[in-house]
Design a protein around this ligand. Structure first.
Ligand SMILES: Cc1ncc(C[n+]2csc(CCOP(=O)(O)OP(=O)(O)O)c2C)c(N)n1
Ligand code: SF4
Ligand SMILES: [Mg+2]
Length: 287
């Protein structure tokens, strides 16, 4: 495809079946706009997910898309990127998918700096399975599984991702689609593992007032924020009185693919003091 693409060109034939008012509608609209801004070619773009209401999102996009199994989007997306390094690879999902069953994968995708963008639509509930508490459900909140109020402390995804050495960490809010678009564009442009937490209300199981609650608690980072200052980024993440929105941390470092390429093209081919070349070593394993 070489003509100029419009946001509507990224729509698939499926119609979203989210509840009226779900924050994920705003996220999807912003993704279409971000793709238009970047002029992503559908044939060079992959959008993958796990399981959840939010994980339905790839089905609504015209690109290579995959709706997989619960919690396993990051290993899958990593494989797609390794097999097709020139493609733009985006992983999406919910707070349950990412921070419960899939939590073990995040640190490794982040520390290895796999060049993918991971978007979590955080509604602080398990939406698809009808309202159980998730890792980001606030302390004391009553849900289907926490009748007397949530007893566990609340996960702080931004703090976790900075600690895991993610090279790009941003937070945004589905109620501000322009800002969501801006964060997604920046995340995709970032060379390396980029993480975007999108506060995306579940109006059915967390209530319609979630949009107002999040909006009232939100504050936008301005250009004076030094995105490379890791300690400052932790300070911002630690302040749970408000939601700081914007790029909170960013540091460009070599991606996993760049390091592997360096090993394969230079180090592994060199012969040191008579040690065989990697090609000769590998030949031993040929049938
Ligand atoms: C292995 C496995 N365990 C549990 C489930 C049931 N399940 C499906 S979606 C989901 C949670 C979804 O929550 P989240 O990821 O936050 O997405 P949301 O629906 O809120 O967007 C669960 C527990 C499953 N599909 N597979
Ligand atoms: S249950 Fe919640 S997260 Fe799922 S579609 Fe409805 S509003 Fe959205
Ligand atoms: Mg959820």
């Amino acid at each position: 495809m070489s003509e100029v693409l419009r946001s509507t060109d990224y729509k698939s034939n499926l119609k979203p079946i989210w509840c009226a008012g779900c924050g994920d509608f705003g996220v999807l609209a912003s993704i279409y706009k971000a793709f238009e801004e970047l002029q992503l070619q559908p044939e060079n773009t992959a959008v993958c997910s796990g399981i959840g209401c939010s994980s339905r999102l790839p089905g609504y996009i015209n690109a290579y898309t995959f709706n997989g199994i619960h919690g396993r989007v990051l290993p899958f997306a990593t494989g797609v990127k390794m097999a097709s390094p020139k493609s733009t690879v985006i992983a999406v999902g919910g707070d349950g998918d990412g921070f419960s069953i899939g939590a073990g994968h995040i640190g490794h995708a982040a520390r290895k700096n796999i060049d993918i963008t991971y978007i979590v639509m955080d509604n602080s509930i398990y939406g698809l399975t009808k309202g159980q508490a998730s890792p980001t459900t606030p302390l004391g909140v009553k849900t289907k599984t926490t009748y007397y109020g949530n007893m566990g402390m609340t996960f702080n995804p931004v703090r976790m991702l900075i600690a895991y050495k993610a090279s790009f960490v941003a937070r945004t809010f589905a109620g501000n689609p322009k800002h969501v678009q801006e964060m997604i564009v920046k995340a995709i442009q970032h060379p390396g593992f980029s993480f975007v937490e999108i506060l995306s209300p579940c109006v059915t199981f967390r209530g319609k007032d979630q949009f107002k609650i999040i909006r009232d608690k939100s504050t936008y980072l301005n250009e004076t924020h030094d995105v490379e200052d890791e300690l400052k980024a932790f300070d911002i993440a630690n302040n749970e009185e408000y939601y700081a929105l914007g790029v909170i941390y960013k540091k460009v470092r070599p991606t996993y693919a760049e390091i592997v390429r360096e090993h394969v093209t230079k180090k592994a081919k060199a012969t040191v003091n008579g040690t065989p070349k990697i090609d000769e070593l590998l030949e031993q394993f040929q049938p």
